[in-house]
Design a binder for this molecule. Structure first.
Ligand SMILES: NC(=O)c1ccc[n+]([C@@H]2O[C@H](COP(=O)([O-])OP(=O)(O)OC[C@H]3O[C@@H](n4cnc5c(N)ncnc54)[C@H](OP(=O)(O)O)[C@@H]3O)[C@@H](O)[C@H]2O)c1
Length: 279
């Protein structure tokens, strides 16, 4: 890390999310000045409201981009491209994009960041371990039954703390990770059934895994009030990236951080110890 990077001010979007809040923690621990941004965050920022963009960016040297609701959602490439170009106009030199492995829907968004003129790093992450403890799957886990279209596919779940550490390594690593697309996985392949069984064992209570077809899952989402277009996007996403294409480990965390990625079991023990999955 150089004197320049220590003085770096970084805008972190999605700053209260599963990855973003850990990027904030990791960047602060590295001595960077952090601007945590989201719709209700310290710095107000909304992908759907362009009037919030310039103020969020002004004064930042670098920015970490997480597009919501998804990196490959309809309109993501246009929004992220426009935001990245504005960032460059306002003097932001370095961008990281949180992307997803095995998600062709995200490729145009990644390309928009590569074309922005900034020094860029795309961080393509596997399924987050923290999906089981934060966000929409938590209710099912607490309720004792995870209904999900993950079949028996193997997934290299990654701890979001490792993603955050890689993002900060990319932002502070000078040219080392500029112009790179980093593929990040955890150290082990697990099926959703095995992952839920690990949680169940550590939490000391029965939690069942019930695989369902993606189309049935989409229909259930619509019944819970998810708009039809969003549910359809998720169905297509799950049919794509849960078809086995991601059932392979990568070296990205080891290369960027010089250490092993955190194991799913360690994450599970910590969350169970904190009572996250108590009924
Ligand atoms: N889940 C996975 O396994 C996985 C894997 C690879 C990649 N990804 C990608 O990771 C990203 C999601 O990251 P995450 O899971 O850390 O997020 P998250 O936990 O769902 O949190 C969402 C964050 O974004 C903010 N946000 C929501 N809507 C927003 C909007 N319209 N404009 C600005 N900020 C908004 C939220 O705060 P406010 O409510 O205050 O706005 C919050 O800080 C997506 O791009 C997804 O494609 C996910």
């Amino acid at each position: 890390m150089t004197t320049d990077t220590v003085k770096m001010t970084v805008l972190v979007t999605g700053a209260t999310g599963r990855v973003g809040r850990r990027v904030v923690e990791s960047a602060e621990a590295a001595g960077l000045t952090v601007r945590p941004a989201s719709r209700a965050g310290a710095v107000r920022f909304d992908w759907a409201d362009r009037s919030t963009w310039a103020d969020a960016l002004r004064g930042a040297d670098a920015a970490h981009l997480a597009h919501l609701p998804d990196v490959g959602a309809p309109g993501a490439a246009e929004a992220v491209g426009a935001f990245a170009r504005l960032a460059v106009e306002l003097g932001v030199r370095r961008l990281t994009l949180l992307s997803a492995r095995g998600e062709p829907q995200a490729h145009a968004t990644e390309q928009a960041v590569r074309d922005s003129g900034a020094g860029w790093t795309v961080v393509r992450a596997a399924w987050f371990a923290q999906n089981f403890s934060e966000g929409p799957l938590l209710d099912g886990m607490r309720g004792g039954e995870l209904v999900f279209p993950g079949g028996e596919v193997l997934e290299p779940f990654i701890d979001t703390r490792d993603i955050a550490d890689v993002v900060v390594a990319a932002l502070t690593g000078g040219d080392r990770f500029a112009g790179r697309t980093l593929d990040l996985t955890g150290p082990r392949l697990l099926s959703f059934r095995e992952a839920v069984a690990e949680v169940s064992g550590a939490a000391g209570r029965d939690i069942a895994y019930v695989p369902v077809p993606a189309r049935d899952y989409g229909a259930a989402l619509r019944e819970f009030g998810v708009p039809a277009a969003e549910a359809e996007f998720l169905v297509e996403l799950f049919e794509t990236n849960l078809d086995g294409r991601n059932a392979v480990l990568s070296e990205g965390v080891r290369e960027a951080l010089g250490r092993e990625p955190r194991d799913f079991s360690d994450y599970v023990k910590e969350c169970a110890g904190a009572g996250i999955w108590s009924a």
